[in-house]
Design a protein around this ligand. Structure first.
Ligand code: GDP
Length: 147
């Protein structure tokens, strides 16, 4: 399986609760390498832009308010089959349905305040990585180049 990249965000619930170190350690133990990381406090407009695909969903306003409620930690991660593997490691959207040992099962509070985001396709991983990080940072730190 080819080495690829994905974008994750440790969301304001988990970051605010001081769980970012444990979650990054969990991801590294699952074979992911950190390519880029930062702490960001999203404005309402930035959270709306990031979650634009969900703008017709009934929970959109609540999701935007949550994601802009405090600092979060976006990271670009690298490993073989990164997008699918990260989705597996974080678990189902609702922590009550997430498998034992997944990040959401361990750290999420609720279906909305669910600790972590993960891109759902290679295309979205590229878009979402570009939302938070400059091409310059990503190129410098990648072990594998996907163009
Ligand atoms: P994900 O890919 O597992 O993150 O899930 P989605 O792309 O479907 O939804 C994006 C985010 O919106 C989720 O991670 C949750 O934070 C939130 N969300 C999803 N479904 C619901 C819902 O039914 N109610 C509320 N309040 N928030 C939701």
């Amino acid at each position: 399986m080819a080495v690829t990249h994905t974008l994750t965000i440790i969301k304001p619930d988990a970051f605010g609760a001081g769980k970012s170190g444990q979650i990054v350690a969990h991801l590294e133990q699952a074979g992911f390498r950190v390519v880029a990381a930062r702490v960001a406090r999203l404005t309402t407009e930035q959270a709306e832009g990031f979650y634009e695909v969900h703008k017709e969903r009934p929970f959109f306003r609540s999701l935007v308010a949550f994601m802009s409620s405090g600092p979060c930690m976006p990271l670009v991660l690298e490993r073989a089959d990164a997008v699918a593997e990260l989705r597996r490691v974080i678990g189902a959207t609702d922590p009550a349905e997430a498998a034992d040992g997944t990040v959401r099962r361990l750290y999420a509070e609720s279906k909305e305040r669910n600790a972590i985001h993960a891109s759902d396709s290679d295309e979205n991983a590229k878009r979402e990585s570009g939302f938070f990080f400059a091409e310059m940072e990503l190129i410098a730190n990648r072990q594998v180049n996907e163009r």
